[in-house]
Design a protein around this ligand. Structure first.
Ligand code: E4P
Length: 221
């Protein structure tokens, strides 16, 4: 399962990119609005920092406008994936962009039927927003399960990108279901790495080593 970071924060992207754990980035207008500086420059910087796919969202809601923006965003780099909202005009634009070979991510997906339509129109990724479904009392992960099984039944190449993740356990569930990608806010990715027993265990190993007067092996003559 690929791991994307869901942010437009360059510091966080650099931090996790340097650890080698990032397969890509997803952004959206809200995430960009939280950062200082021109959104255009931030988007260009992200595209050049990361080797994997970077989803950049269009603002247009008419198909012609979406297509024009997609062509513009695509100039930022090879790894740009154009993020399109799951609306009828978005599907229309998606059909054209797919035929042109442009990678796409259909966003704001809240049902298996929306995902099915996006896949039929040739989407590269579909993004079910599980946290926002949970927020209104639905079971977000059950949508992911349906989408994965539908895509398997009909051998769609469209990848299931689980978005709006709120908890590390969502990542385990997505992996068990067989989703292709999870996109995580930086704090959730941080939580995935840590365990209090790892920290406690390491502290004990280091203090026991020090107690018997040893140095780091590489400092030994
Ligand atoms: C995904 O591409 C979206 O940017 C994101 O996951 C939305 O998450 P939110 O519901 O936390 O805003």
């Amino acid at each position: 399962m690929k791991i994307f970071l869901d942010t437009a924060n360059l510091e966080s992207i650099k931090k996790y990119n340097d650890m080698g754990v990032l397969d890509g980035i997803t952004t959206n207008p809200t995430l960009l609005s939280k950062e200082q500086g021109s959104p255009e420059e931030i988007m260009r910087a992200i595209v050049s920092m990361v080797r994997g796919d970077v989803s950049l969202e269009v603002i247009g809601t008419e198909s012609a406008q979406i297509i024009e923006e997609a062509h513009h965003l695509k100039k930022y780099g090879q790894n740009v994936v154009v993020k399109i909202p799951m609306i009828p005009e978005g599907l229309k634009a998606l059909t054209t962009l797919s035929s042109e070979g442009i990678s796409t991510n259909v966003t704001l997906v809240f049902s298996a039927n929306q995902a099915l339509l996006a896949a039929k129109a040739g989407a590269t990724y579909v993004s079910p927003f599980i946290g926002r479904l949970d927020d209104i009392g639905h079971n977000g992960m059950s949508i992911v399960k349906s989408i994965v099984s539908i895509f398997r039944n009909y051998q769609f190449k469209t990848q299931v990108l689980v978005a709006s993740i709120r908890h590390p356990d969502h990542v385990v569930q997505a992996a068990e279901i067989g989703a292709d990608v999870v996109t995580l806010p930086p704090d959730i990715l941080g939580k995935l790495m840590r365990h209090p027993l790892t920290d406690k265990g390491l502290e004990a190993f280091l203090s026991d080593w020090e107690r018997i007067g040893n140095e780091s092996p590489k400092l030994r003559k």
